[in-house]
Design a protein around this ligand. Structure first.
Ligand code: PXP
Length: 241
């Protein structure tokens, strides 16, 4: 079975730091601790208003992350220039509106085929792995392969929403799209609203999942359970520990 890496999204830590204008909690120290506690990657999502992670956090994070550094975001020219300068291991492109509260849909890879092809080429020629945030539809997966990405990240918001009522139905589209992606050689990441309830079943149904990035629920769980314990609990759901 493929190991599914847990990348911890530390945007919410930056949100707490920014609330007071000082450097507390220290984002760098927390990223290092997440790795020490077992996270196999660190994810950040700088948004245009920089309400969570800021663009000037990116280089200091790149300097200390020893696992995998994943930067997600909308490919504005500022974002593209920053990512090209920093060269993280992976960039995940997300079609966010500038003032989106959170990401709530994937790319239309058919409509934006040429636009995305050009951007992806630039990242890849700089040695950065590229993933596209995507809804689980075969046509979108197929055009992602034409665009030349290495991976797709399934937007798992609808999976998480529908999981409590009917998990078999909730997973169906994702499983089909994931196996189609595998057939055509794309790696699969997943993220959004994943938590300690719905993570194991996702992994069970998509065993070749390469990475999950988890922020909101994991940080909330850490308030009750502690960060080290929480990360270990998520890793256990993925059968890593
Ligand atoms: N993937 C993408 C593209 C996201 O925008 C987010 C939220 O920032 C996540 C994954 C993680 O979602 P959550 O915070 O709900 O775990």
């Amino acid at each position: 079975m493929t190991t599914t890496n847990l990348s911890v999204n530390i945007n919410k830590i930056a949100l707490i730091r920014n609330a007071r204008g000082s450097n507390f909690p220290n984002l760098i120290a927390i990223a290092q601790d997440c790795e020490r506690f077992g996270a196999q990657g660190i994810t950040v999502h700088p948004r245009p208003d920089e309400r969570h992670v800021r663009f000037d956090d990116l280089q200091p994070l790149k300097d200390i992350v020893t696992t995998e550094f994943n930067i997600e975001g909308y490919p504005s020219s500022h974002f593209i220039d920053s990512v090209l300068a920093i060269k993280p291991h992976q960039v995940t492109l997300v079609p966010d509106e500038p003032n989106a509260i959170t990401s709530d849909h994937g790319w239309d890879t058919i409509k934006h085929l040429q636009y995305l092809t050009d951007i992806v080429k630039e990242f890849k020629s700089n040695g950065i792995r590229v993933s596209l945030f995507l809804d689980p539809l075969e046509q979108l997966v197929e055009s992602s392969a034409k665009i030349g990405v290495d991976r797709i990240e399934f937007y798992t918001g609808p999976y998480a929403k529908n999981y409590p009522a009917n998990k078999e139905k909730a997973i169906e589209k994702y499983r089909n799209a994931a196996f189609f992606a595998k057939e055509i050689g794309l790696g699969i990441n997943a993220g959004h609203d994943l938590n300690l309830d719905n993570l194991r079943y996702l992994k069970q149904e998509i065993p070749h999942l390469a990475e999950v990035s988890i922020g909101h629920a994991l940080i909330v769980d850490a308030l009750y359970l502690g960060l080290e314990n929480t990360i270990q609990m998520y890793l256990r759901e993925l059968d890593v520990v």
